[in-house]
Ligand binder design. Structure first.
Ligand code: CP3
Length: 345
């Protein structure tokens, strides 16, 4: 795809665009009735992710419903732990639960070798989606950051504070580094295959970066994300694919995020003090409307969207997005309204 046909690719290339490209984290999901209609046919969420034709249909739903500038692969970040046989299941009203989490150092030593071909269903979904999209709409592939995958794999479920994980990391630094290395290698092979299958852009979700203090963030999160990005940038097959890093409330400064060599930084909704003058001409910026605004009136949605648009106006490489994913309680009409507001700004 040539950049000239896509607002999104232009912005990722740090160009000023006439109107900012727009897409939403979790743009396919339970808030859409069309999603729920398909979801109810599957008992297990992961079984649905393992069906490439269904993933294709789900990824296209928000593209057909709203006027968006990018599609995102329909899948989940926990496909990699699933391929490591950690027993990933999704429990209603609770989220992911691992039947076989990493509990002690020997569990890390005994992990099976990651075979990227175990995730062929994901690459097939990528190809299907790519073949179904209009030519000028890019497709985002993605993975969880090595740290975020490590946190879920140790904790074994979602948690507010990930206490078990923090204790494991403190007591077993060497094993933690080994696990992070295994996930970094797996992410590289996985993303490489997504790109080979047709993904135009990659987003790395470091959704649990906020658990770490400044020193641990560098040691256990950013260093591994940086290695992953570096591996992709050194590989001729993947070197030119733009990479977006979403890091939730990281305890670090702007330059530290820029030093990961990501092409774009996706800001969490409360990262309001991020200084774009430090980032200018170095990285593109994506974000960061608070998703809760979409639960409010149309007047308020417009007002808050304008605040964000005013803030980033003229920034070379700005992509409109939320500062985290769309939640199931959001009305799709408001998503459509917000998209129109951004287009007409
Ligand atoms: O349009 C899209 O973005 C869909 C593709 C997508 C999903 N998950 C589908 C999904 C993407 C990009 C993700 C990323 C993801 N998954 C993240 C990173 C983004 C973030 O929110 O920080 C994380 C942490 C996960 C792990 C995960 N998956 C959790 C914690 C849960 C349960 C709670 C929740 O948020 O729904 C999931 C399930 C999940 N992944 C659903 C969807 C549509 C809902 C499952 C269902 O329908 O039952």
């Amino acid at each position: 795809m040539s950049d000239s046909n896509s607002l999104f690719l232009k912005a990722l290339n740090k160009e000023i665009t006439k109107t900012p490209p727009i897409w939403f984290m979790r743009q396919a999901g339970r808030y859409m009735p069309e999603y729920r209609a398909i979801r109810k046919k599957f008992k297990n969420f992961l079984d649905m992710c393992k069906n490439p034709d269904v993933c294709c249909e789900l990824a296209l739903q928000p593209i057909n419903a709203f006027n968006l500038d990018s599609a995102i692969l329909f899948s989940d970040i926990l496909t990699i732990p699933d391929a490591f046989n950690l027993g990933v299941t999704f429990v209603e009203n609770e989220g992911p639960v691992f039947t076989n989490p990493v509990s002690k150092p020997v569990d890390v030593d005994n992990l099976i070798a990651f075979n990227p071909d175990e995730l062929n269903y994901v690459y097939e979904a990528v190809t299907n989606i790519k073949n179904s999209l209009p030519e000028n709409i890019p497709l985002i592939g993605f993975c969880g950051s090595p740290w975020t995958l490590t946190a879920y794999s140790i904790e074994g479920r979602s948690s507010k504070d990930f206490k078990k994980t923090i204790r494991f990391v403190e007591n077993n630094q060497e094993s933690t580094h080994l696990l992070l290395t295994k996930f970094t290698d797996a992410c590289y092979l996985y993303l490489r295959k997504q790109i080979k299958a047709g993904a135009d852009v990659i987003q790395i979700f470091d959704s649990w970066a906020n658990l770490l203090d400044a020193e641990n963030l560098r040691n256990f999160s950013l260093n591994y994300t940086k290695s992953l990005i570096s591996a992709l940038k050194q590989d001729p097959l993947t070197a030119n694919t733009p990479i977006i890093l979403f890091s939730r409330e990281p305890k670090c400064d702007e330059q530290t995020l820029i030093n990961t060599s990501a092409d774009c930084i996706s800001l969490y909704w409360d990262m309001v003090d991020f200084d774009i003058n430090i980032a200018r001409d170095k990285v593109a910026i994506q974000g960061n409307l608070d998703p809760k605004v979409l639960l409010e009136s149309k007047d308020l949605i417009k007002e808050e969207a304008y605040k964000i648009l005013d803030k980033y106006e003229g920034y070379p490489g700005y992509i409109f997005n939320l500062g985290h994913g769309i939640t199931p309680n959001i009305n799709p009409d408001n998503v459509k309204f917000l998209t129109d507001v951004v287009r007409e700004y």
